[in-house]
Design a protein around this ligand. Structure first.
Ligand code: SAM
Length: 272
């Protein structure tokens, strides 16, 4: 067995529980998609993934990369596995997709960047399914529905671009070595590849949830005209006491459109 000191700065908590590894594999959809793994670590999950399909794995740690190259020499030689030594977020800032064809992202993610990785995967037009281990609190946010106390901009985005988002399994710290300080969970997001979200809508959501427990209209009025907001709230039959976590994702889209149309209209009348 390989002995290596886990590096905190890379969020290294190696998954050692065979039943959890098995659950990840069992949850994978039956399709022809390629597999992408982020952070193969010591290769426990990778070993199981290459038995199912061809895999591309992204690892940032040079020491682990060297170990993996030796451990998986046969899979690498026969083209079953490709390991890329890179910071995956850096790679994603230079390319629109982590793979040239449809793929599923299967990973035990480094928690310090898990939210950003999932947001990137939701934007990546080739990524169809996301099955990842994350911190339990983060998992709750991605699968939350309107009305839940955990419902945030992450939940709105996920609901608008996916067909389903659910927790597959809650995982205790003892399943890892070293054990993380927090509880974990595996989430499964099945994306709707016909849907996408633009960056301006994400900025709009940031404003909506700037003070999550305050009234939505109050958060919005820091950026938009109060009269315009009242008009749109009336049109959408929204009470002005509604809080950000109470609004349905589809209504966020309508609110965004209404505000943009209203501002364009005001700008064009101003010009006359
Ligand atoms: N997959 C292994 C397992 O399940 O035991 C390791 C998971 S460990 C939680 C996270 C892995 O992500 C580590 O191998 C770590 O080095 C890697 N990692 C951390 N930051 C990364 C980054 N920016 N890009 C790519 N890999 C990264």
């Amino acid at each position: 067995m390989i002995k290596i000191k886990a590096k905190k700065k890379f969020g290294q908590n190696f998954l050692k529980d065979e039943s959890v590894l098995f659950k990840i594999i069992e949850s994978m959809p039956n399709n022809d998609n390629h597999l992408v793994e982020i952070g193969p670590g010591l290769g426990d999950l990778t070993k199981k993934l290459v038995k199912c399909k061809d895999v591309t794995a992204y690892e940032v740690d040079r020491d682990l990369y060297a170990i993996l190259q030796a451990e998986f020499i046969r899979d690498i030689d026969n083209g079953r596995l490709k390991i890329i030594l890179v910071d995956v977020l850096e790679r994603w800032s230079n390319v629109s997709s982590l793979y040239s064809d449809k793929y599923d992202l299967i990973a035990n993610l480094p928690y310090y960047i898990a939210t950003n990785i999932i947001l990137k995967a939701l934007d990546d037009e080739n990524c169809e399914n996301i099955i990842v281990m994350v911190q339990r609190e983060v998992a709750n946010k991605f699968v939350a529905s309107s009305g839940d106390k955990d419902f945030s901009s992450l939940g709105v985005i996920t609901k608008l671009v996916s067909k389903k988002a659910e927790i597959v399994l809650k995982v205790p710290p003892e399943s890892f070595s070293p054990p993380p300080k927090v509880e974990s969970a595996i989430i499964y997001i099945k994306k709707d590849l016909n849907k996408s979200i633009d960056e301006n809508f994400k900025k709009f959501l940031k404003i909506c949830f700037s003070q999550p427990r305050k009234k939505l209209i109050k958060n919005l009025s820091s950026n938009f005209d109060k009269t315009l907001l009242e008009k749109i709230f009336n049109k959408l039959e929204l009470v002005d006491t509604i809080r950000p976590h109470e609004l349905e994702p589809s209504l966020y889209s309508l609110l965004y459109k209404g505000i943009n149309n209203g501002r364009e209209h005001t700008a064009s009348t101003d010009k006359c």
